[in-house]
Design a protein around this ligand. Sequence first.
Ligand code: UDP
Length: 237
Amino acid sequence: MPKPAYDRVLLKLSGESLLGKRSYGIDFPTTQAIAQEIKDVQSRGVQVAIMIGGGNIFRGVRGTAEGVERVSADQMGLLATVMNGIALQDALEKAGVMTRHVSAVEIRAIAEPFIRRRVLRHLEKGRVIIFSAGLGSPYFTTDTAAALRALEIKAGAILKATKVDGIYSADPLKNPQAKRFHRIRYIEVLKKGLEVMDATAISLCKENKLPIVVFSLKKRGNILRAVLGEDIGTTVY
Ligand code: UDP
């Protein structure tokens, strides 16, 4: 069996990854399928922490576009991620994976607060960590939260699950000449304004040399492939 490329990873799942064929909310069979993939990774002895987004339910920008004050809108976005965190935790536990839900906003009846050493101990014991509520502050995204938490827990990489199988020189849906980068430098991503993660997240990774593996979640088994270091997407380095 091939050896995993990382001992510990931070998997960034957007809220959209839980949509399945829906246009809003949580598709439970899809969530369960993702949980199964995470179980496959964890059973290889890889420690997994997940940062869950909230875009399938609510994004701050949507609220502000409709006249809601930014801070309030972002707080709604934060709570959307908590709801996704509960769904993901349920699916993982049903798959037989021990988990801990860690929210950056105190919500005691549902999730633990973020205490770094405690989270590390959970990971060492093989529990999958679900981080929700991003960083708990408005004006951030769950991508930036993923980068910060990945650094704090010393993850070997951020696995950024998306709808496309990596970063392309142009939009592959519009331009058949578009080429997928196997590897690309942080600075290129920033200069070209490539939509991988927001600039704050990329800068944080760049300064701390934390690789980002961008891959598609659409193909079953890709989370494990990414952990095994297979060339299925684009590595930002
Ligand atoms: N959010 C926030 N602070 C954070 C992380 C998220 O205010 O640290 C809010 C923000 O409004 C964002 C929403 O939560 O739009 C959902 O997160 P995000 O858009 O990153 O989710 P994703 O795109 O990954 O589904």
